[in-house]
Design a protein around this ligand. Structure first.
Ligand code: PBG
Length: 313
């Protein structure tokens, strides 16, 4: 009877798998801070995409990890048609076609040598408007490589509008934008730094949101919607369920939550130590996102959860 009257359920189609692909490796490289998650080779990424499709996951959000010596101050690998993210987009597209919604991270931190989400001015500060121009170029290259949805995650002011205009001008009106609307400066991104080999100097407090502020997210939301966001996201997930609820109550576009690297690591490491029941904990976190109003959840457990929920039917 509990099953019958459950108010919320997580369906495999609600899930998007974030995945890392590393240039120049023949085999997947384990990420020690995220037990069970790897930096994929092109081959292992293709296989993971097929597994995600078979499990019923609906989307794949790709992050590229270029060779260290290719990173520079402006993030050249991000706009190189042969950059690893673009190569990976084409490879996955060729493997699974439209069976997965292919998404790309439109941000500079994976491709810059300083690790910031934007380009820097002469004082070493992130230059908002110069960054928008780079995002526009990246977006077009990613769309041309086969991305159907772009995820601008750098929290620059005006990024959604700038990317929308660049895409439209290049004939990519049908590429959608999943805006990272409320992205907080968070300690929970810790393991992601290893996942993308980032060497961030300083922090992101000048462009990401400050954890004490909830109302500010509504201003970010209004701007993103006015600039053309097709879907909006709150990130991290569990520490910001209140923000997710507030946003979900106000919009008519799909709302996503990103269960990030540190949230993943917390459960995996505690489970490794026998401190909690791993599968129950995973299921409960996903239920929490649905209860707080998420339509979509980006989670590193997407394929595993989707498989498990199908086995239970
Ligand atoms: C920025 C980006 C980050 C994540 C996704 N996109 C890192 C950051 O903003 O510091 C984090 C994802 C995770 O921690 O799982 N390109």
């Amino acid at each position: 009877m509990r099953r019958m009257v459950a108010e919320h359920r997580t369906h495999p189609a609600d899930l998007i798998l974030p995945a890392f692909v590393r240039e120049g490796v023949d085999a997947p490289v384990p990420i020690s801070s995220m037990p069970g998650v790897v930096q994929h080779s092109l081959d292992s990424l293709r296989a993971a995409a097929v597994e995600a499709v078979e499990a019923g996951v609906s989307g794949l959000m790709l992050f590229g990890v270029p060779e260290e010596e290719k990173k520079d101050a402006v993030g050249t690998p991000g706009t190189d048609p042969d950059g690893i993210l673009q190569v990976a987009l084409r490879a996955v597209r060729a493997e699974v076609g439209d069976a997965l919604v292919l998404m790309a991270d439109t941000c500079l931190d994976e491709v810059t040598d300083h690790g910031h989400c934007g380009v820097l001015d002469s004082e070493g500060r992130v230059d908002n408007d110069a960054t928008l121009a780079r995002y526009g170029e990246m977006a077009v290259v990613q769309a041309e490589a086969g991305a159907r949805v772009l995820g601008p995650s750098g929290m620059m002011d005006g990024q959604v509008g700038a990317i929308r205009r660049a895409l439209d001008a290049a004939g990519h009106q049908d590429v959608a934008l999943l805006a990272y609307t409320a992205k907080y400066t968070s300690a929970f991104y810790g393991p992601f730094r290893e996942a993308v080999n980032s060497s961030l100097r300083g922090d992101r407090a000048t462009y990401q949101q400050d954890p004490p502020n909830a109302r500010e997210a509504l201003r970010e939301l209004a701007l993103d919607l006015a600039e053309g966001a097709d879907m909006v996201m709150v990130k991290p997930g569990l520490p910001y369920l209140d923000v997710l609820r507030t946003i979900a109550d106000r919009v008519s576009v799909p709302v996503a939550a990103y269960q990030i690297s540190g949230e993943y690591a917390m459960v995996e490491v505690a489970a490794e130590r026998g401190l909690l029941d791993r599968e129950r904990a995973i299921d409960e976190t996903l239920t929490a996102f649905k209860r707080a109003g998420a339509d979509l959840v980006l989670t590193y457990w997407a394929t595993e959860f989707a498989r498990r929920s199908r086995e239970r039917l």
